[in-house]
Design a protein. Structure first.
Lengths: 220, 151
């Protein structure tokens, strides 16, 4: 009977894993102050490797929010080798930076997908929800302070209200699993491994992703 | 005579004012395609490129699908026409269609399974494989010389 359950769970998991996701990757998720780092817009089925270059027609460019809440917009270049859109960003202030890109099909007014990444330049504050509409995955604990064995509380918000959804979690493409939020859109993610974390969710055809990095040094 | 010259000038003057007049006619026909994702959602507002049989490098027509994932074009020759639809987010279709002498195409559709059928088929496969697995594992457990009641 256990085998049967395993096969059924595997069958349903596969359909989630093969969903097309979009995310932000960085050359270095913890740059030092003033360091120039490449930021990539990725797309595909096999995180962290990008399989598709996002079209210019739907890609709205990168938005970088500095720790003092200043927003800067960056145009990107395509990189055929890594199948990404790429830009170089200088992180010149200490704190947590939020990088965003959204995908929007003209003439639709709202984005269909929003990808978000957190970059730690030294110690930072917990970034709050940024989007006024659409789907967003919000961490409720400072990422830079996370260590292996800690728990990261996350909240899923849709149009500024918490929503109960299933999320997909991938750690450097080596470990994939699913977590469901409670009624208040909250879930607890146990940090067991170092590496790049990708959390994704979808609701009514609108998707969101969050990427961040847990250092090997953070191992307790 | 002066009057004739004056009317002629007025007449030509007016025609110059409306130099690039535009007229139209509502037409029938065309070849249409409807694109949708595997879950049945229309591939709305996606980029479309149409290539004629004679020129595969320069688009015969470009545009976007409508809200319902539909696109219509008017081929001007028979042969294999190429249609490319790309949503810009990693999903796309490349399709060649045969256009006949009368500049029409056969109606065709990819078989789209509803979700409940996909689940049913998936479960059937799982139960099928599980049945074979348990049958084989039972067979192995029988002592030498003894036959399974069903064999």
């Amino acid at each position: 009977m256990r085998i049967l359950y395993s096969v059924i769970v595997f069958f349903f998991s596969c359909s989630f894993v093969f969903c097309h996701e979009h995310w932000i990757d960085l050359e270095n998720f913890s740059p030092s102050i003033g360091e120039k780092t490449k930021v990539f817009a990725c797309s595909g089925h096999s995180f962290p490797k990008s399989n598709e270059i996002l079209s210019e027609r739907v890609f709205n460019g990168f938005k970088v929010i500095s720790p003092d809440n200043k927003e800067e917009f960056y145009a990107t270049k395509t990189d055929e080798k890594s199948k990404t859109r790429v830009v170089e960003v200088v992180f010149d202030k200490e704190g947590t930076y939020v990088i965003l890109f959204s995908l929007q099909k003209p003439p639709l007014k709202n984005p269909l997908y929003t990808a978000k990444a957190l970059v730690n330049v030294g110690q930072g504050k917990i970034p709050k929800n940024i989007l006024k509409n659409g789907l967003e995955i919000v961490p409720e604990k400072e990422i830079s302070q996370l260590k292996i064995g800690d728990e990261l509380p996350l909240k899923i918000i849709y149009d500024e209200k918490p929503i109960s959804l299933t999320t997909s979690i991938s750690i450097d493409g080596k470990k994939n699993f699913f977590l469901k939020t409670n009624r208040d859109g909250e879930l607890l993610l146990k940090i067991k491994l170092p590496g790049r974390y990708l959390i994704t969710s979808n609701h009514k055809g609108i998707g969101a992703s969050l990427t961040f990095f847990i250092n090997e040094e953070g191992r307790k | 005579m002066k009057k004739i010259i004056f009317i002629s000038i007025l007449f030509f003057g007016i025609s110059y004012c409306f130099g690039h007049g535009v007229e139209y006619s509502i037409i029938k026909g065309g070849v249409g395609i409807k694109a949708y994702y595997s879950d049945g959602t229309p591939m709305s507002y996606s980029e479309v490129k149409i290539f004629s049989p004679e020129d595969r490098n320069t688009e015969f027509q470009t545009g976007i699908t409508d809200k319902n994932g539909c696109f219509l074009f008017f081929p001007d020759s028979k042969g294999k026409w190429k249609i490319e639809i790309n949503d810009g987010m990693g999903h796309g279709i490349v399709k060649e269609i045969d256009i006949s002498e009368d500049l029409t195409s056969k109606i065709e559709t990819t078989y789209h399974l509803p979700l409940w059928k996909k689940i049913l088929y998936g479960l059937s496969i799982i139960f099928g494989f599980t049945g074979v697995f348990f049958y084989l594992s039972t067979k192995k457990k029988l002592p030498k010389g003894e036959k399974n009641a069903y064999s």
